[in-house]
Design a protein around this ligand. Sequence first.
Ligand code: HSE
Length: 383
Amino acid sequence: MVIGLLGLGTIGSGIYEHLLKREDIEVKRILELLRPPGLEHLETSDYSEILDDPEIDTVVELIGGIEPAHTFTVQALKAGKNVVSANKLMLSHHMEEILTLAREMGVEYRYDASVGGSIPFLYNLARHGSADRLTGVWGIVNGTTNLILDIMQTEGRAFDDVLAEAQKLGYAEANPSADIDGIDAQCKIAIASAVAYGHYVRVEDVDTEGIRHIKAGDLIHFKKLDRVCRLIAASCVDGNGVVSAYVEPTLVPADSTEAAVHMNNNTISVSGEYFGVQTFQGQGAGKDPTAFAVELGLRDIMDGVTERMNPLPKGYAAVDNRLARHRYYLRTAAHPGVPVETLGECEGGAAYRTEPMTVRDMHDLAKSLREKDPNLFFAGIRD
Ligand code: HSE
């Protein structure tokens, strides 16, 4: 296999180092604008040197973002090259186009690394779906927010303080929005839901709330409720094929699987009619774990075992977040305007527990209350 590598950032340099140790995969060209020293003989800033090289059969796209990753991917597939990628943002916005084009061209688009990093989750999700009707997917799919929430709760520290530390340690980006506003998790649950239910899920249909507004004062109430806060991405499908899909901070029981997931680890569960529930855990991010997942995709292409990973979803799912319903923790300085039990005073207002309400209604309520209290925080409560 001969590779054109797009991007030599954290994951790109990880896969380059891994592949140096392999004799059967050659990295022939690297597209990298920053041009780090020592690799001048491989580097180019001209994508056509990869695209037009008939020896390069596979493009590894690790530049992230929507453009130019999308254009480069389409061009590579049209040129008859396989593409292996970790780019959940691009894929979640162009999944139908990319998977359909790969199928039409008779090449592979492998995206194992886009959800769950090193965890063999998407592969098994696709495989399980060939022998069962999958009914739900949920879990912790963003390592950065889990690290922040975990440290806040074990050390009783404030959000801004822990975020700054996570940035210093290289876990959180300088612009942390994709992680802390739930966008990364939103893209991942849209991709996983499409693989699980066989219909594409539009990113904008996934109601999404991040952890930006959590305060140290909230932690006191979580403890009183014997709960731990995690950022959970979840989706399920009903018997008519209607999907609910959302991302929100969630108060999970202190003895639950998710509460036991610490630091930047991920856990993802899947349910099926026949097999019940299965849970996968491991490193969902980082240089070596993600490079490992990329290499798995490359090896599967070489071994010709990619078919299962490439079910082609058909059309778009109807998404209705009025199908999912639970109680919420709500902390606000505004009047909640829905039936609540008051939990007590809290930094930033008062803390409440709502009656069971739909995900749609809660996300709408938060939007309208934020006109009066932009710093409102809410979290689903799981029994
Ligand atoms: N920023 C992501 C995370 C990287 O923290 O999980 C992996 O997708």
